[in-house]
Each structure stands twice: as structure tokens, then as C-alpha cells.
Design a protein around this ligand. Structure first.
Ligand code: ZN
Ligand code: ZN
Length: 1019
């Protein structure tokens, strides 16, 4: 271990060190970063906890599609870092491996754009080896620069060893899990109706489909399906996708509705009775009711294609074109109550089609174009044929009406091409039947907040379907399925070793990706040759496998048994339908149970108007910008104070406001460090317990507050409510320490003698600050490290080399004291009422008064005034303070007297300040005014706290000179004057004297100061 050159060599005396007076985030953070780099502090901290109980934190891997992480991702990482640091301070051995979700379409699209390739065919021409290598380069490059941003924010994770979903080890774990699913009968091949992007030529998951919508103008047409054998009559349907008519195989009606046969000047139709009025209105056709009957009567009714024989595949189809029944899928909300059914282009159509064993007519290829069997529409993009089909219907006499409709339609979230629905062959992991088990796992998981699991996640699970895991792309985990060209048998491979062992050629491959993996052929049992299918795996399966794949399971069983399952995960609210979901599915399929114990869900970072931040919207703010303007700890403080599961509306004004907190924290530490170091205070020798008998009530009060704060912050952190911890610490540091206790003990720390009374104040303050320091260290790692190195390290037992090695403080319930705390609140209420009363009468806080009366009927206030009696005299700046009952207060209210008293109300009573000032009060007040200004001048001269001065005071009148002279002992003591002359005669105060004119009570005083040692040198 190298020695620490940053701080001074620790001396043996264990004293408190001195802090720089000003908080400068840039200097503090640069110094600390240099220190951590030089000393490899992270590694040391991690090693120091390696024997503790295990805590497996699992990182939700961000997508490296850009080199700059979103500010929300930075919030996410800072929350994770805070939890990890907290757990380490509690002694846990934390697994802190970060991850990147490297595969997927967005990266392929980035490479397509970079090299100007457009279609899958272009990619083949570009060269698959080159394409995949470019995807890899892109993902790794972005991961590196995102890592730099996270590291810069002080996020301590195992950045040298992140898990990358495109690593072969990781891919092998994916393969293993699919093989396991296969052996359990959960991985299978089948036809599924899916949302399809004709540009990207791949299936999209339900989750991706809801991401992006566009308003599209589509046809809205009413079509006549002539009834077979009675061609003058037809079934009337309505559709907005004319291009699906060539694939029609049936018409659905609802067995529970009433249907009607109607006559019009355009023919005789069948439709639902309840839709007659709407259809009349929309088509402008008068309908005359002929007959009514239930929907069941229509079942089996045969009809002819409205496109006649234009579509050869349709014309020659057997066992199709009749009316079928469906209670679920036919409604009266729109259309005619008779639904055109094309199982190849609708999930509901497909379901009903399966029930009636209808054929699935699929005339559309991967690029969204009609195939040859579609006749005259062949090779045309489906949406482009809408007009042509409408014209064909018109000329065949089967069009009743054509209009237009504008509706929200899903488009591809990457390329914004309108999606189509089509039946395709896909590989699925069967999970739909596991719904109850999945929901049970939610109940055994701790969700924070509770409603995220109990409501949102459970609701999402209600829609559980089998998992389509195949994608028709290139940059992904290749699906490990080989198929025999002779007998059609499938084989699923679980590892690279297994693959090479069964390969026909013995050649190794440099990567498990396409195209290398496809060079490996296997020998089938039948003697035939097996080649891999072409699909890759959906990225959600990659990241869903993270809980075991980042452990390299099953290659390293000792790692799995040590760590798995994850103790804690935390991600944004969008992951209800994303990672939380895919982790659970993949965990249940591969490991038979939920892979996580605790889930914390956080909100989004939005702009100040509540909109999502996008580069294109011009409202994009990066974490780096905040760091450059304010600092790393300020960024962390700002995001961590926000209620975790609510959205954070980013505002520069708010950042600025929160940045002030950190300066106040720092100043509180500076106050303590200045006086403690001056007095060579050794906290190990003087603890509150050792000084128990010297503690004043206000000391006991602060210790009560400190212990209670430790208790509450610990509880908040144990429940992962980081924002509550931040707020409690802030209240403790600002309200209790900075605004209250530090003010209470100023005079005690100022005395030169080493009294037990002063030591008691130091011991109390030190305990409070040290506890706060450690509790702040996971939140503000830079600021606390700097405070520690300068001020605390030397005083610590064994001088640990970083604040992040200190154990979390423990609290003792015996110190917590409800009564002392309640009384302090009451006392503070009286003090603030007094401040108001003084202000109203323009009576300065520094001006001592003879007496104060507090009229109250509150027992608590009375007790408080008794308990804190000497504190109250000092803080109220008076010689006498007494409390009376409210009924006795009448005389302070009567006219003759009322003039003499300043008065203010507070919740439990009224305060009265005697305004009559004797010589003594006037002298005291003037002396304090003078001292305050002289101390201000000492500061301006940058004098050390313990240096002595020579002082001249030129008073404006004999009277004021004599008032001041009556307090010369006090003044000399307070400003550390070796020589003090108060006079009305002008004196020589040339350099090295520092002179200033001050106005006190509308009269001018001239103060001159010089450091005593300089006067001697001059002499
Ligand atoms: Zn697309
Ligand atoms: Zn075979």
C-alpha cells in the first residue's frame, strides 16, 4: 500500500485537522479524483469488504446507442452508486458489475446510416463480417464513453469488467437457457401473428409497438360479399385495410346480436340491426328492413370473394369463405357487425381461424410486398395497393361506399415506417401458462414503491403471452437452433464446446456471431447435414438473462451459488414492461424462480415543463453540463433529493438553489475544524460519554437529534428511500447544526481556557459532524472525502485512508430524548418570536435588554424555558427571563405600560421585551456592535484565529467613548487585543494599521487594527 501524500503525515496526537475556508467544488473534486486514482481507493474499499455478507446488485444494462448517456441514466447510476456505497459502509461484500445491452436494431440502423445501406440485401452486399464488426465497434465505443461519464460522476462500479451482452461467454449463457427451455418443452417454433416493420424486415415486440404512433390517413370502405347461390344479396363489411381483402378467408358475426336483412337501391345486405342507422348515415344509403334473425342463423353461410378471381391464391382456396361466430371479437362500436377475417393479418382473426381450422392465407413477404400468388398486386407494397383494390371493387360492383379515416397507428419506433400485422414463423419461449407463477413471484418480491409491483407490474402480467424471441436481423445472439435439411429435425445447442464437438468440420470460429457461427454445420442422426436457422434473439432476452448470464452460468457454478439471485435492482418506470418483466420471465424459465429479491422503481427526468428531453426538441440537458457549471456532488445532491419514483422536472434554478446547501454543509464543518484544530482537540480522548456530566441541555439535545437522525437515515437507506435520507441529513445539518447548535456554542468555543464545558461542546459537535459525514459519504462522495482528508483523518483510529472505509455510524436509543427535542422546538419558537418583536421596534439582536417576559399557558414552553434557562438568557440577550400565565399578562398590555414593551405572538403565547435601556445595556450593546465590526476587520485582514492585535478606537463623543471603555475588558478579550485604546483624539494609525470607518447608531467610529507581532517588528 502506498502512503498518502495528499494529506499531511498523520501525527501521533490524533487531533482534528484544519479545513480550507471556502468550498470550491472544482478544486475539491479534482483533488479527490486525483487522490482516488493515485491510491486506487475503489479497489481498496472493495477489497476491505470482501469478507462481508454478500449483496448482489444487478445493473440494468443501458443501450449504447449514443456516446452521451441521458441525464436520466446518470440519475439512475448515481442512485445505484449511493446504494452500493451505503451497503459497503454497512460491511457488505457488494457485487457491483455494470453492464451494457449491446445487441439490437438501433445499432444496426446506426451502422446502416453511417455507411448508407438501406435494406437487408444491401447489408449482405456490404458484407456480414464487416457489418457485424462495425456494430461491435460502435457498441463498444459508445460503452466506453458512457463509462467515462459515469466514472466522472463518482460512480464506483467494476468498470474494468462490465458484462457486455455480445461477449461469447454471455451468448453461451443465453444458449444454455434456451436449451434448458427446449428440454422442458418451453422453447418452440410456430406461427404467430406479429407486428412487422417492412423496412427493418423484422418482428417487433408488443412493448416496442406501443412506443411510437403516427396519425395516418387510411381508406374507410364498405364492401359487399355476395352470398353464394343468391348473388343479388350480400354480407356487408367495413374495413380500413383494403390491402388485407386478398387474404380474406371468412366473415365473423356475433351469435348474440340481432342481424337484419335490408333492402336499398344498391342491393340487399345483411348487417347487424344495431348498426343500421350509422351505416345509413356514413354511406348515404337508405336501408329498408326486410327481416330480423339472430347471428347464429348465419353460421356456415357461404359467400364469394368481393375481388372475384383477381387473386389466384384466394380463388383456389378450399375450406374457406363462410360465416363464422365470435362473441369476443365482434362488437357494435364500429362497422357493420360483420367482420372481414384474414387470419394472416390479425391476431383475433388468427384465433378464430384456428378454432374453425381455416387456412392462413399469407400473400405478403418480409418487405411488405405482395407475392406472385397475389396476382395483379404482386411486387407492390401493400399500403400502396389500397387505391387499386378500391377501384377493382368498384368495377366489380362490390363496393358500397369509400371514404377516409384519420387514426393513430403504430409505426416502427426506430424508422417510423407504418407497421403491418402478419402471420410469420417465429421461435417462442412459452410462458403464457406460467402467469400464476409469475404473479406469485411478484408477491414474494419487495417492490419500492409497493404500488409499482402490486398494481402496475401485476396488471402488466395479466396480458402475459408467449414470448416471441426470434428476430430476423443480424446483430444479435444467434438462435442456437440447427435444422436438418434431410429430415427436418431441430437441435438446440447449449454451448460453444457442444457446438464444436458436434461440428462436421473441426475449424474454430473467432466469434459466436453471424456470419461465423453459420459456418458450423452439424451431422444429423439421419446422416443429413444440419445448418443453423437464420434468426437472432430479441435483445430483451439478452438483458433478461443478465441475472445468471453475467455470472457466466452454468460454466462457473461456484459464482452462481455464491451470488444468485440478485438482492437488488433499480430502474426507471418504463421497465415495468421492459427489463423487470424480461428478467422475471428469463429467470423463471432458466432458473425456476424470480432472479431478484428487491426492485426499486424510479421516475424520468423531464424538462421544467414536464416534457421528455430529446436532442431534437432542443430541451436536452446533459449531466456533464450540470457538472461543468456546478460540480459533481451538486448534480448528485440535486437528483438524489427528488422523490425517487416521481418524475424529476429539471430546472437550472433549482440546481442553483440546492448548490447552496453544500456550501452551508462545508461552512459548518469549517467552523468546527477551525476551533478544534486551534485547541488541538482530540476526539478520541473526549467523547460525549466521557464528558456526560459536563454536557449542557443543548448538548444533550443535539446528541438526541444526532442519534435520531442516524436511526432515521439508516431506516430510509435500508428501505432504499434515498431521497428521505437526503432530506433528513439536510435538515440535521442545516436546521439543527448550522442554524441552531453552532450559534448556541459560539461563545463557548471562543473562550481561551480549556474547560470541560468547551470540551463538551466540541465532543458533541464532533460526534454529530462525524456521523453526518459518514452518512453523507454515499451521497456526496467527493465533498465528504475532502472533509475527511483535511479534518477527520488524523483524528481517526488508525487513520483509514478514505472516508469510504469508515463503518456506518450506529445509534443508541438511550440518547434519543423526545422530551428534550420537544422542548427545544418550544424554545426555538420563543426565540423566533423574540426576533420578530425586536425587528418591529428596530431593536438589534446584539442590543442586550434588561428583561423579557413570556406569557404562556403551555406546560411544554414553561418546561423548555426552565430546562434551557441559561441558553435562553444568552440567546435572548437579556439579564432576566421569566414566564407568566396568560392571565397575568394583562399589565403588559395596558396603555401606560404597553409603550415600554415590544411584543410578538407565537403559537403558545406572547413574548414581551422591556425596551427601557439602562447605561449597562447601552454599553453592552455598543460594545457588541464594536466587536462585531472589529471581528469583521480581522477577517478582512485574513488574521489567524489565535493571533493578537493592537487596536485604536476613535469614538465620536465622550459619552460613547466612556460607554465603550466601561466594556474594554470584554472587547479586548473578544477581539484578542493585546493593546486597546478607546479615545476621542486623533492618533497616528498609518501602516501597518488597517483602518475603517463604521457607522453605529448613526454616528461614525474609526477602528484601526494591526497584528501585534508587526508592531513589535516595527519597534
Ligand atoms: Zn423499422
Ligand atoms: Zn436429419
Amino acid at each position: 500500500m502506498r502512503s498518502n501524500k495528499h494529506a499531511e503525515e498523520p501525527s501521533l496526537s490524533n487531533q482534528v485537522g484544519e479545513l480550507p475556508k471556502q468550498y470550491n467544488p472544482k478544486i475539491v473534486e479534482d483533488e479527490v479524483k486525483a487522490l482516488w486514482d493515485r491510491e486506487q481507493t475503489y479497489e481498496i474499499v472493495k477489497r476491505a469488504r470482501s469478507n462481508g455478507p454478500k449483496f448482489y446488485f444487478l445493473d440494468g444494462p443501458p443501450f449504447p446507442s449514443s456516446d452521451t448517456p441521458h441525464i436520466g441514466t446518470c440519475w439512475n447510476k448515481v442512485v445505484k452508486d449511493t446504494v452500493i456505497r451505503y451497503k459497503r459502509a454497512r460491511g457488505f461484500n457488494v457485487r457491483d458489475q455494470p453492464g451494457y445491452d449491446c445487441h439490437g436494431l438501433p445499432i444496426e440502423l446506426a451502422i446502416e446510416q453511417e455507411f448508407g445501406v438501406k435494406t437487408k440485401k444491401d447489408i449482405q452486399d456490404f458484407g456480414l463480417e464487416r457489418f457485424i464488426s462495425e456494430c461491435k465497434r460502435f457498441a463498444e465505443g459508445n460503452s466506453k464513453s458512457m463509462t467515462q461519464t459515469f466514472q466522472d460522476l463518482g460512480v464506483w462500479m467494476d468498470w474494468d469488467r462490465p458484462y457486455m451482452t455480445h461477449d461469447d461467454d454471455y451468448i453461451e449463457s443465453d444458449w444454455w437457457s434456451l436449451k434448458r427451455a427446449w428440454s422442458k418443452g418451453l422453447f418452440e417454433h410456430g406461427q404467430r401473428v406479429v407486428h412487422w416493420c417492412p423496412r427493418c424486415e423484422t418482428v417487433l415486440s408488443d412493448y416496442e409497438v406501443v412506443l411510437e404512433y403516427k396519425m395516418l390517413r387510411d381508406p374507410s370502405i364498405y364492401v359487399k360479399f355476395p352470398i353464394k347461390g343468391s348473388e343479388s344479396e350480400s354480407v356487408l363489411i367495413w374495413t380500413t385495410t383494403p390491402w388485407t381483402l386478398p387474404s380474406n378467408v371468412a366473415i365473423m358475426v356475433n351469435p348474440e346480436f340481432q342481424y337484419a336483412k335490408v333492402r336499398s337501391d344498391k342491393g340487399t345486405f345483411i348487417l347487424a340491426e344495431a348498426r343500421m342507422k350509422e351505416v345509413e348515415k356514413e354511406t348515404g344509403t337508405h336501408l329498408e328492413l326486410l327481416e330480423k334473425f339472430p347471428g347464429t342463423k348465419l353460421e356456415g353461410l357461404k359467400y364469394q370473394s368481393p375481388l372475384g378471381t383477381l387473386v389466384p391464391a384466394q380463388a383456389s382456396l378450399k375450406g374457406a369463405r363462410y360465416v363464422v361466430l365470435s362473441k369476443e371479437h365482434v362488437t357494435l362500436e364500429e362497422g357493420t357487425g360483420c367482420v372481414h377475417t384474414a387470419p394472416g393479418h390479425g391476431e383475433e382473426d388468427y384465433d378464430v381461424g384456428m378454432r374453425y381450422a381455416l387456412p392462413v392465407l399469407m400473400l405478403v413477404d418480409d418487405r411488405g410486398k405482395f407475392i406472385e400468388a397475389a396476382g395483379k398486386y404482386a411486387n407492390k407494397s401493400v399500403r400502396d395497393t389500397n387505391t387499386e383494390i378500391i377501384e377493382d371493387l368498384r368495377s366489380l360492383g362490390t363496393l358500397l361506399h369509400a371514404g377516409e379515416i384519420e387514426h393513430r397507428s403504430p409505426v416502427c419506433w426506430r424508422c417510423r415506417t407504418p407497421l403491418i400485422i402478419r402471420a410469420t414463423d417465429q421461435w417462442l419461449v412459452r410462458v403464457a401458462h406460467l402467469k400464476d407463477e409469475l404473479i406469485k413471484e411478484v408477491d414474494s418480491t419487495l417492490w419500492i414503491p409497493g404500488w409499482a409491483g402490486a398494481n402496475q407490474f401485476k396488471n402488466w402480467l395479466q396480458n402475459l403471452k408467449d414470448w416471441v424471441v426470434s428476430r430476423q436481423r443480424f446483430w444479435g445472439t444467434p438462435l442456437p437452433v440447427w435444422v436438418c435439411s434431410s429430415c427436418g429435425r431441430h437441435e438446440v445447442i447449449g454451448s460453444k464446446e457442444e457446438l464444436l464437438r458436434n461440428a462436421i468440420s473441426t475449424e474454430d470460429i473467432p466469434s459466436l456471431h453471424i456470419p461465423w457461427v453459420d459456418k458450423i454445420k452439424l451431422r444429423c442422426k439421419c446422416g443429413g447435414e444440419m445448418a443453423r436457422i437464420s434468426d437472432v434473439m430479441v435483445g430483451w432476452y439478452d438483458s433478461g438473462a443478465a441475472s445468471y448470464a453475467c455470472l457466466g452460468h452454468p460454466k462457473y457454478p461456484e459464482l452462481t451459488s455464491k451470488w444468485w439471485p440478485a438482492d437488488f435492482i433499480v430502474e426507471g418506470r418504463d421497465q415495468i414492461s421492459g427489463w423487470f418483466f424480461s428478467l422475471l420471465k428469463a429467470g423463471l424459465v432458466a432458473m425456476d424462480r424470480s432472479p431478484y429479491k428487491t426492485v426499486l422503481m424510479h421516475g424520468f427526468v423531464l424538462d421544467d415543463a414536464g416534457r421528455e428531453m430529446h436532442k431534437s426538441a432542443g430541451n436536452f440537458v446533459t449531466a456533464q453540463e450540470v457538472v461543468q457549471k456546478f460540480g459533481r456532488d451538486i448534480f448528485r445532491h440535486y437528483v438524489l433529493q427528488s422523490t425517487l419514483w416521481e418524475d424529476l422536472r429539471f430546472s437550472w434554478d433549482a440546481v442553483k438553489q440546492y448548490s447552496g446547501d453544500l456550501s452551508t454543509f462545508w461552512n459548518t464543518f469549517v467552523f468546527a475544524s477551525t476551533y478544534m484544530s486551534l485547541d488541538k482537540f482530540e476526539p478520541a480522548k473526549w467523547t460525549p460519554t466521557k464528558l456526560a456530566r459536563s454536557l449542557r441541555p443543548e448538548d444533550r439535545w443535539l446528541l438526541a437529534r444526532a442519534h435520531r437522525t442516524i436511526k432515521e437515515v439508516t431506516l430510509a437507506m435500508d428501505e432504499y428511500k434515498v431521497h428521505e435520507a437526503v432530506r433528513k441529513l439536510k435538515a440535521f445539518l442545516l436546521e439543527d447544526l448550522s442554524h441552531t447548535y453552532v450559534r448556541f456554542i459560539r461563545r463557548r468555543t471562543w473562550t481561551e481556557k480549556q474547560t470541560r464545558d468547551k470540551l463538551a461542546a466540541y465532543a458533541t459537535l464532533y460526534f454529530a459532524l462525524r456521523s453526518a459525514l459518514i452518512m453523507l459519504s454515499p451521497l456526496l462522495p467527493f465533498l465528504t472525502e475532502s472533509l475527511y482528508q483535511h479534518m477527520f483523518r488524523n483524528a481517526e483510529q488508525g487513520h483509514p485512508q478514505t472516508v469510504h472505509l469508515l463503518d456506518w455510524p450506529s445509534y443508541d436509543d438511550r440518547w434519543i430524548d423526545d422530551s428534550l427535542e420537544g422542548q427545544m422546538d418550544a424554545a426555538r419558537a420563543v426565540l423566533s418570536a423574540l426576533a420578530v418583536a425586536r425587528m418591529e421596534k428596530n431593536l438589534k439582536q446584539r442590543q442586550p435588554v434588561r428583561q423579557i417576559v413570556v406569557a404562556t399557558s403551555s406546560e411544554l414552553t414553561r418546561k423548555a424555558l426552565k430546562t434551557y434557562s441559561s441558553l435562553m438568557l444568552e440567546q435572548a440577550n437579556t439579564r432576566f427571563l421569566r414566564s407568566i400565565t396568560k392571565t397575568n399578562a394583562a399589565r403588559y398590555e395596558t396603555a401606560s405600560k404597553a409603550q415600554r414593551f415590544a411584543k410578538a405572538e407565537f403559537a403558545d403565547g406572547t413574548v414581551y421585551i422591556d425596551l427601557k435601556l439602562t447605561q449597562k445595556e447601552l454599553a453592552d450593546g455598543l460594545a457588541r456592535d464594536a466587536v462585531r465590526r472589529l471581528q469583521q476587520m480581522r477577517k478582512e485582514m485574513d488574521l489567524k484565529v489565535d493571533s493578537y492585535v493592537h487596536t485604536y478606537v476613535l469614538a465620536p463623543s465622550r459619552k460613547s467613548a466612556s460607554l465603550l471603555n466601561s466594556k474594554r475588558g470584554y472587547i479586548a478579550h473578544e477581539i484578542r487585543a493585546k493593546k486597546l485604546i478607546i479615545t476621542t483624539e486623533e492618533m497616528d494609525v498609518s501602516a501597518p494599521y488597517y483602518t475603517k470607518i463604521w457607522q453605529i447608531d448613526e454616528e461614525n467610529y474609526q477602528f484601526s487594527l494591526c497584528e501585534s507581532s508587526l508592531v513589535k517588528t516595527k519597534a
